[in-house]
Each structure stands twice: as structure tokens, then as C-alpha cells.
Design a protein around this ligand. Structure first.
Ligand code: WT7
Length: 635
């Protein structure tokens, strides 16, 4: 019997050792015993981090939706698969069973086929958190189309960039979306994006809010009438284990977003296995991850991981503050949620409000709490543990990335003793390494360095869509034969890992990964701006907020700076989305630069964080005098 469900600490250590000593044998056993394959693999693993090239289960054939849907029909057909909780608490929740979900996925798959989508085609999904979003992912997977979900908070320009980067031929969207007491018009954002997307042939529109939209005659169609006509059976396309399942964009420290490519077989095995263990999921549980499916967390731990285990997974359309700050806890009580997985930024925002909002509800159903997206600070950890978990529900602080596909470092609840702010131990099969600045691995405990992974795991991204060189350069060039994560971490005396944050030019704001370069590019396009630099600074709720240092062109001198700040943020909102807006904008006459012309962000970060006691040696700068000026006028 393979070790699919780990139940105590000795077992964890024993299985971990096995997974490291004989990774091929270990993953083969897991894959063999817990999934259905149309054809088994010829070879479990092939890898070369120099190229880089990684394949898992080469030669195997499967369809992930048969694992997420079909194989549960005989045993769990009437069990709730998707539990949809609408934005408005007065609207009824929907319990969509495995049988019904299977039928609806097949119908949508048939619609996609009828509209000319086939295996390998890219479909962009730009939808709010409604059941059709999960159904659209699965429908693509059913027919072998590659989905590219774009978070429905991104602007039309950001959407267009992502559509064009991977040549999508279709967009699935909705008339609008509900978020708290606001109704947003999604269709017009799509319309604006498509003005610069010549490759899009068809747009399918879900009706959600009923607001007026304009339908482009040949291109756009309402989805419902097409679904009604479509048969509820659709043969699953047989996929190779290494065929792409989806593309998901993540920001880089430079240039355009990176389309991370995940493949069918390894992704399925790893997300399912981590889900089972890290949430200690059991048959009767009701699991809720509050993320949006627009991010990797939603792909892996709302849709694929839970459904592959036959779980009941909650999809929440709303926001934590609507109709009031008790909404999360109201939903936990209402559906008797057993596992609750959210982001530190949400916890911090709720911890600021009255405890009354928590105490009002019966949270006794909760067994496991999860945290993801950024380091969780000690205060937030304790608030979560004391008030939501009532000191009885272990917190799993799960470290991972869009690129890793699944959780990499995390406690296993009831197995690994937790420590606030520590992601604790590597998950089964994961081999972390901490590196020093010279490229040497730091062995032993009580060391801190740059976090790398030195052996492949099944759900790692295989490439960046259309740019394998960039995949190599970003992740495999910094340290020989290692995947570099971009994060710093420490390993304490007992071998627990604590993630200390990004060491590159990516800033995590409210759990969203933002690259400084695209934001700076957007600011620099403002006609009054000559140059700019963005850094993060600590923020109570968001974790980090953005601070912009902006040099104006001379023509800008006479202008009202408050208006300029507004215009800059407006520009960022249009080009990227409101999540990338700056909290502070300081107009400066110059930026500290090295003699080779590189902006010294380290100095700007210290000024923005009001931590200027030790700026280090600035005498080697090209323009040391500017530092004084920036400090004096810091916001
Ligand atoms: C970056 C990846 C993985 C899903 C959501 C984010 C940071 C993520 C943690 C954690 C400390 C964390 C890292 C990582 N991060 N989880 N538990 N503790 N930092 O995915 O947008 O690809 O961002 O988020 O800096 O590199 P992402």
C-alpha cells in the first residue's frame, strides 16, 4: 500500500525519506494506486535542470476530468462537489453534485467543440467566482483545450496582453460580476481588450448580473441557450501526461507577465496528494478555500486537488466585508465548513474589526485552518489561532508559488507541530536548499539564504509559454542544477523553514504578486513623468504597500502634484488593475544610482520603510546627494 494519507510524525519522516531516496518508485506507487489512467507511463521521471527539461509519467495517457468527475459517479454521484455561496447572503447557495457537475462540464465541453475549439487551442477565461468558472476550466480540460484564466480584477490592457501572449481563440466571460455592494461590468472590459486581440474568434457570455451589454454580432453569444441544447455526455479527450493542461500568468521582476505552463499528469498527482494530506481531508468534510480561481491557489486547491479527491469544495463569490465583517464566519457556520484556507491579508483586515463579528457564529465545525500567499506575521497567526481556531485547529502555513503548482513547504495538521510564522517542513518529495550569495549550499541548521529546490517534483511548471529561454534564465540560471524560487528563507535549529520574503523585484501586496517593472513602465508612460522606481513598505493589512519615487519632466513642474498622483494611479489601474495602485507617491529630483546606472532599490526600500539608521555605504553612488533630499521629503 502506498502512503497516500499520512497520519503521524514518524510516518511523515519515514515517507519523506522514501520519497527522497527513491522518488521514481515513490511517485509511481502514488500515481498507480490513486488515479485512473488510460495508459500507464513508460518512464516515471526524466530531468535535466540545465536545459531545463522535466517530464513525469512520460508515455502515460489520461484525462484529469475523468479523475475529478467520472470516477466518482458510482460512489459519490449524489455528493456535493461544488458548493456555491453567492455574493448576496439572501440568494440561495447551490449544491452541485458530482453527477450534475459531470453533466454540466460535458455540456460546456460540447459547446466549446461546436464553437470550433479543439485539443491544444487556448481559451481565455475571464469570469467572476460563479460555478461556470470552475465548469469552464473542467470543460477545457475535458476536450484538451488549454485554459488561461485571467483574474477578473485585471484591466482590459492586462487582459489583452495575456490573450495575445498565448494566442487564445476564445474568451469566456460574463455580463458582470458582483463584489460586495458593487456590480462590475466585465463584458465592456473584454470588449475594450478585444480591440487589440485579432486572434479571438468567439466570445461566450454567461449571464450573471443582467446589466446591459453590447453583443458583437458574429463574435459574441450568450452561453445559456447554447448549453441548453448541448448533450450531457462528452467523451474525454485522451491526453498525454505531459500535454499542457493550463497556462497561468504570474508577474515577473522584469517585462511582460510569464505564462507558466502546467501539464496534465504530474500536476494532477501532486495537487491531489498535497490536498489530501495538508488539509487532512476526509469524506464527510466541507472544504473552503477563499481564493479566487484566477490565481493558482484556486486552480489547485478549489478545483483540481479537491475534486480529484471527491471532496466538497466551496466557491464563494463575495468579499469578506459584505454585508459585514462577519461574512466568512457566517458561511463557515452555515455550511459547517471543516477546512478553511485564506490569505494573511484577509486575516489582518478582519482582526482590525470587532471580535463580535467572529464570536457571533458557531465555528465548532472547523478542524484545519490554512494560510497562503505571503508570510503570516505573528500577531495575525495568534488572532487566527485564538479566535477562529479556538486553539483547536492547527494552522497550516503553506508556502508555494504559481510556478510550483502545489504546496511545497507546510505543516501536515495533527502531524507536524506548528510554530507561528514557520511554514515548517518540506512536503513529501520536496528537497529544498538554502544558498549563500556565492552560490554555495548552506548545509546544517540555523542558516538563512536563498531558497532553491534541488530535485524535480511532479507539479512543477514545465516552461514559460513561448519563451523557454526566459524559463531557464529566471529559475535555473542563478544556481547550478537548482530551481531558484526568488524567496529568502531560514532554517532553524530543528530544521523548520521560515520564509522571509522576496529577494528579487517582486512585491507581494495583499497576497498578490506584483513585479516592479510593469508598474514602473506604466507610470513612465504618463507624459509628465521622466522616470520612476517602485519599492514595497510594510503595511498593517496588505503586508506590503507600494511606494513610488517619481521624477517629473520639466514641463511637469508647474502641475498640481495631487492631481498628478491621481493620474498616475489612474494610469496604473487602466494598464494593470487597481491592485497595483501606489499608496504613496513622492516626487523627487533624482533616483540613487550605481555608477553603472542601476537604481539602488535597497536604499529606497529603507527610506520607504522609515528605516534609515543604516543606509550602508552610499559614497560609491553616482549621485549620493539625492539620498539626503529624498529622505528629507519622505512620506
Ligand atoms: C510567492 C508566490 C502560492 C499561491 C499564492 C501565491 C509568497 C506564498 C507564502 C507563505 C511566505 C509566501 C512567496 C512566493 N508566498 N505563500 N506561506 N509564506 N510567503 O502565489 O502569486 O505565485 O506568489 O508568494 O514570496 O514566492 P504567487
Amino acid at each position: 500500500m502506498s502512503n497516500y494519507h499520512i497520519k503521524h510524525l514518524e510516518e511523515y519522516f519515514q515517507v519523506y525519506r522514501k520519497s527522497v531516496r527513491n522518488p521514481e518508485g515513490f511517485w509511481e506507487e502514488i500515481a498507480e494506486e490513486h488515479f485512473s489512467w488510460r495508459k500507464k507511463w513508460d518512464r516515471v521521471l526524466r530531468w535535466d535542470f540545465k536545459k531545463p527539461e522535466v517530464t513525469w509519467f512520460e508515455g502515460a495517457q489520461l484525462n484529469i476530468t475523468e479523475n475529478c468527475l467520472d470516477r466518482h459517479l458510482s460512489t459519490r454521484g449524489d455528493k456535493t462537489a461544488l458548493l456555491f455561496e453567492p455574493n448576496d447572503p439572501k440568494e440561495e447557495a447551490q449544491h452541485i453534485t458530482y453527477r450534475e457537475l459531470h453533466g454540466r462540464v460535458c455540456q460546456m465541453a460540447n459547446v466549446l467543440k461546436a464553437q470550433g475549439v479543439g485539443k491544444g487551442d487556448r481559451v481565455c477565461i475571464y469570469l467572476p467566482m460563479i460555478p461556470e468558472l470552475a465548469i469552464a476550466l473542467l470543460a477545457c480540460a475535458r476536450i484538451g483545450a488549454i485554459h488561461s484564466v485571467v483574474f477578473a480584477g485585471f484591466s482590459s490592457i492586462a487582459l489583452a496582453t495575456r490573450i495575445n501572449d498565448c494566442d487564445c481563440k476564445m474568451v469566456i466571460t460574463s455580463d458582470g460580476s458582483y463584489r460586495g455592494n458593487k456590480t462590475l461590468d466585465l463584458k465592456s472590459i473584454v470588449d475594450a481588450a478585444l480591440e487589440s486581440c485579432p486572434g479571438i474568434e468567439k466570445v461566450l457570455v454567461v449571464q450573471r448580473t443582467g446589466n446591459a451589454v453590447s453583443m458583437h454580432p458574429k463574435r459574441d453569444q450568450w452561453l445559456e441557450p447554447l448549453l441548453e441544447e448541448a448533450p450531457q455526455l462528452c467523451e474525454a479527450e485522451i491526453m498525454d501526461a505531459e500535454d499542457p493542461l493550463f497556462i497561468l500568468y504570474t508577474s515577473g521582476s522584469t517585462g511582460k507577465p510569464k505564462g507558466m505552463v502546467h501539464t496534465c499528469g504530474g500536476y494532477m498527482v501532486y495537487t491531489a496528494y498535497t490536498f489530501k494530506n495538508i488539509f487532512q481531508y476526509r469524506e464527510e468534510d466541507v472544504y473552503w478555500c477563499t481564493a479566487d480561481i484566477g490565481w493558482i491557489t484556486g486552480h489547485s486547491y478549489i478545483v483540481y486537488g479537491p475534486l480529484a479527491n471527491g471532496a466538497t469544495t466551496v466557491m464563494f463569490e463575495g468579499v469578506p466585508s459584505y454585508p459585514d465583517f462577519g461574512r466568512f464566519w457566517e458561511v463557515v457556520q452555515k455550511h459547517r465548513v471543516t477546512q478553511f484556507y485564506t490569505a494573511p491579508t484577509a486575516i489582518r483586515a478582519l482582526a482590525k474589526e470587532s471580535l463580535e463579528f467572529v464570536e457571533r457564529y458557531d465555528l465548532s465545525s472547523l478542524k484545519v485552518l490554512g494560510s497562503v500567499g505571503e508570510p503570516i506575521n505573528e500577531e495575525a497567526w495568534h488572532w487566527y489561532n485564538n479566535n477562529v481556531g479556538r486553539k483547536q485547529s492547527p494552522i497550516v502555513d503553506t508556502w508555494w508559488q504559481t510556478e510550483t503548482g502545489g504546496i511545497m513547504i507546510s505543516p501536515i495538521p495533527f502531524v507536524t507541530p506548528t510554530t507561528p510564522t514557520y511554514a515548517t517542513l518540506p512536503f513529501i518529495g520536496i528537497q529544498p536548499a538554502l544558498m549563500d550569495e556565492e552560490g554555495q549550499e548552506l548545509t546544517g541548521n540555523q542558516v538563512s539564504g536563498r531558497l532553491c529546490i534541488k530535485f524535480p517534483w511532479p507539479s512543477m511548471a514545465r516552461t514559460i509559454w513561448g519563451d523557454h529561454q526566459r524559463y531557464h534564465d529566471t529559475y535555473f540560471s542563478a544556481y547550478e542544477n537548482k530551481y531558484f524560487t526568488g524567496d529568502g528563507a531560514l532554517r532553524d535549529a530543528v530544521g523548520y523553514y521560515r520564509i522571509t520574503g522576496r529577494v528579487d523585484d517582486v512585491i507581494i501586496v495583499s497576497g498578490h504578486n506584483l513585479g516592479t517593472a510593469p508598474i514602473e513602465d506604466s507610470i513612465n508612460e504618463h507624459p509628465a513623468v521622466a522616470e520612476s522606481a517602485i519599492v514595497g513598505f510594510p503595511h498593517d493589512i496588505k503586508g506590503n504597500a507600494l511606494y513610488g519615487f517619481v521624477i517629473l519632466k520639466e514641463i511637469g513642474e508647474g502641475r498640481n502634484r495631487e492631481n498628478l498622483s491621481k493620474e498616475i494611479n489612474q494610469q496604473i489601474t487602466e494598464q494593470i488593475g487597481p491592485i497595483a495602485k501606489l499608496d504613496k507617491i513622492q516626487f523627487v529630483s533624482g533616483l540613487p544610482k550605481t555608477r553603472s546606472g542601476k537604481i539602488m532599490r535597497r536604499i529606497l526600500r529603507k527610506i520607504a520603510s522609515k528605516d534609515t539608521s543604516n543606509l550602508g555605504d552610499i559614497s560609491t553612488l553616482l549621485n549620493p546627494e539625492v539620498v539626503e533630499e529624498i529622505m528629507e521629503n519622505a512620506l
